[in-house]
Design a protein around this ligand. Structure first.
Ligand SMILES: Cc1cc2nc3c(=O)[nH]c(=O)nc-3n(C[C@H](O)[C@H](O)[C@H](O)COP(=O)(O)OP(=O)(O)OC[C@H]3O[C@@H](n4cnc5c(N)ncnc54)[C@H](O)[C@@H]3O)c2cc1C
Length: 308
């Protein structure tokens, strides 16, 4: 392995979600010097607040915060340098890459981008003003406020079905608004459909959030006919997918129209020295097990470059 630790790290990992933490841990275990840069004080990414994750192989139930905490601890014990800062650019500096943050820069020989996704919004009028007044994206954080109330979940994927089933255990009634087809995995569909107080509203999308002081309901629009319908509820949980965090990447990193990073089978992007894994990558299958798998695989792909 190289002896350049004071001058530059071997690898900079951008993002401290499950993909980034796992990649940093694997790289350190391989003997590389690693800096991991995470924008949020809360490591773990999208699952950092979840009380339960599904589809991650384990005998006992696994929580998102537990998984993140144990991975973070393992990463720190492996000697990874953690930096809490927002990466704003990746520049070339001779043979090295310079990962620029608002609080300084980190030079490295390879960059693993694991910056994931941020939540997609409903795109309805005054959406931001409803946050904390009936609009939430986090069941683990806010679900308890709606105990015994009627709530609405928006989305047809794993996250929406998982949230709907959890809310059904504490709320009076849960309505799940699905615009197209359900895309959630079978086990989650079965869990949700098994709840007596959970119903589905198919082929509609949210047109407006209604109420004065707090949320009293939503206006839905039929996706085919345009017909409008109001549904009373005190809370809305939109779980409608993510927008990739890729705007800070250099121009020569190819992206799709949606902003997902294009990478080859070994996770190399079109820009030499930059790899991409997890939810930011085009073709990512959306599951934590895959995020961890891609992290292990990318380090295996990079490692030969650092052998003496
Ligand atoms: C509500 C919900 C429930 C889910 N439940 C499950 C489940 O039960 N099972 C399952 O398999 N999957 C689940 N998923 C999907 C799973 O969360 C994702 O597949 C996984 O989190 C992707 O991991 P990641 O590390 O690639 O990205 P992310 O989790 O998005 O992490 C990316 C990290 O990068 C950081 N970051 C972004 N930009 C920058 C920047 N410029 N500089 C520094 N840091 C940056 C972010 O702060 C974040 O911490 C769920 C998703 C959601 C939203």
């Amino acid at each position: 392995m190289t002896m350049r630790k004071r001058q530059a790290h071997d690898v900079a990992v951008i993002g401290g979600g499950i993909a980034g933490l796992t990649a940093a841990w694997h790289a350190a275990q391989t003997g590389m010097s690693v800096v991991l840069v995470e924008a949020s004080p809360l490591f773990g990414g999208q699952v950092a607040t979840l009380d339960r994750v599904d589809g991650f192989p384990s005998i006992a139930p696994v929580s998102g915060h537990g998984l993140a905490a144990s991975l973070l601890e393992a990463t720190v014990q492996s000697g990874v340098t953690l930096v809490e800062a927002d990466v704003i650019a990746i520049e070339q500096e001779g043979a090295l890459r310079r990962v620029a943050t608002v609080a300084g820069a980190h030079r490295c020989r390879a960059v693993v981008v694991a910056s994931g996704c941020r939540r997609r919004l409903l795109n309805v009028p005054h959406e931001a003003s409803w946050a904390g007044r009936g609009l939430s994206h986090c069941v683990a954080c806010d679900g308890g406020f709606y105990r015994g109330r009627d709530v609405l979940v928006v989305g047809g994927g794993d996250a929406a079905f998982q949230a709907a089933a959890a809310l059904a255990d504490i709320c009076r009634e849960v309505a799940v608004v699905v615009r197209g087809n359900a895309r959630a995995r079978r086990a989650l569909v079965d869990r949700a459909t098994g709840k007596a107080n959970l119903r589905f509203i198919w082929g509609m999308e949210v047109d407006a959030l209604l109420g004065d002081d707090g949320l009293s309901g939503v206006r839905l629009r039929d996706c085919s006919s345009g017909r409008l319908e109001e549904v009373a509820c005190r809370g809305v949980f939109p779980l409608i997918g993510g927008i990739p965090n890729s705007a800070f990447l250099p121009m020569d990193v190819a992206r799709t129209d949606t902003g997902h990073v294009c990478a080859d089978d070994g996770f190399a992007t079109t820009s030499p020295g930059i790899w991409a894994i997890g939810a930011v990558r085009d073709g990512y299958c959306g599951e934590l097990a895959a995020a961890a798998g891609e992290a292990a695989a990318v380090i295996k792909a990079i490692a030969p470059r650092f052998r003496d």
